[in-house]
Each structure stands twice: as structure tokens, then as C-alpha cells.
Write a new protein. Structure first.
Length: 157
């Protein structure tokens, strides 16, 4: 696992982008797809911080585009990457199942309470988006693909 501390400027960017995404999604009538009980704004903020931490470590630029945004948060070596973030240090890699699922090449889990973020691990799409990982976090939450941190490939510096 790899630790990244976001700078005050990166935190400001995360807050701005999260607020902008939240507003744009409400304007478009996008349904809140989160699975956890935290507020949607908090989910957006932690997600953006996770994207920034991952991209910072790999010297990439995250896709902050809100117009016609593709599923990928960034690209690395030509592969699409979807970065998932949670404040829970024991959190799981989680992707809500949808009928129109656009699959990325790689799924990444980043945990932490901003500004302190930890890159926990990753899975290839074919390892993650499959029947084996389908389930629910709780009986009342939507069907999702779920992987524990023990199932993830570790990052190497």
C-alpha cells in the first residue's frame, strides 16, 4: 500500500470539482448511485481526493470533465482506470452493477480521510466485474461488484 498526502491546493481543487460534479449531476437529474450512508457531497469529495491521490502518485492528470464524462477517471499506459474511494480504512472495492455497465480496464481502491489517502490495490476488469464478486454490502443496498482488500493486487513503488 502507498500513502499520499494531498496539498492544501489539491484539497481546494477536490472541493471545487466535487461541488461542481454534485451540481451538474443534480441539474441533469442523475440519480444518486452511492451505496453507503454518507452524504452524496462527502462521497464525491472523497472520490475526487482518491482520484487526485492516485494520479499524483503516478504523475497522471485526472479527468475532471463533467460534460459527457466517460467512466474512466484517468488512463495509464493506454488502459482506462476507475478509481474508487472510501473513508473507511477497511473499505472494499465496490462497483454498483448496472445493465448498461461501461467497464474500465482497471479498478483501483483508495482509502483515507483527506488529506491523507492510501492506495490499497487494484484489479483488472475481468478479475472483478464477474459473477464471483456480485453481492450486497447490506440486504438493503443495491447489487454491486465487491472485492475485499485481500483480493486486490498490491501497488509497487
Amino acid at each position: 500500500m502507498i500513502s499520499e498526502k494531498l496539498s492544501p491546493g489539491e484539497m481546494d481543487v477536490a472541493e471545487f470539482v466535487a461541488e461542481n460534479r454534485y451540481k451538474k449531476n443534480r441539474e441533469r437529474g442523475t440519480v444518486d448511485k452511492q451505496v453507503g450512508s454518507q452524504s452524496f457531497k462527502e462521497t464525491e469529495f472523497i472520490g475526487i481526493c482518491a482520484e487526485i491521490a492516485f494520479c499524483k502518485h503516478y504523475n497522471l492528470f485526472p479527468d475532471f470533465n463533467n460534460e459527457g464524462r466517460e467512466r474512466a477517471d484517468c488512463r495509464i499506459n493506454g488502459k482506462t482506470v476507475d478509481v474508487k474511494g472510501t473513508k473507511y480504512s477497511t473499505g472494499k472495492l465496490l462497483l454498483r452493477k448496472k445493465d448498461d455497465q461501461q467497464v474500465c480496464d482497471i479498478y483501483v481502491l483508495v482509502t483515507g480521510t483527506p488529506p491523507h489517502m492510501t492506495l490499497r490495490g487494484w484489479l483488472r476488469s475481468q478479475e472483478f466485474v464477474n459473477q464471483k464478486h456480485l453481492g450486497r454490502l447490506k440486504p438493503t443496498t443495491p447489487v454491486s461488484y465487491i472485492a475485499t482488500q485481500e483480493e486486490l493486487h498490491v501497488f509497487h513503488n
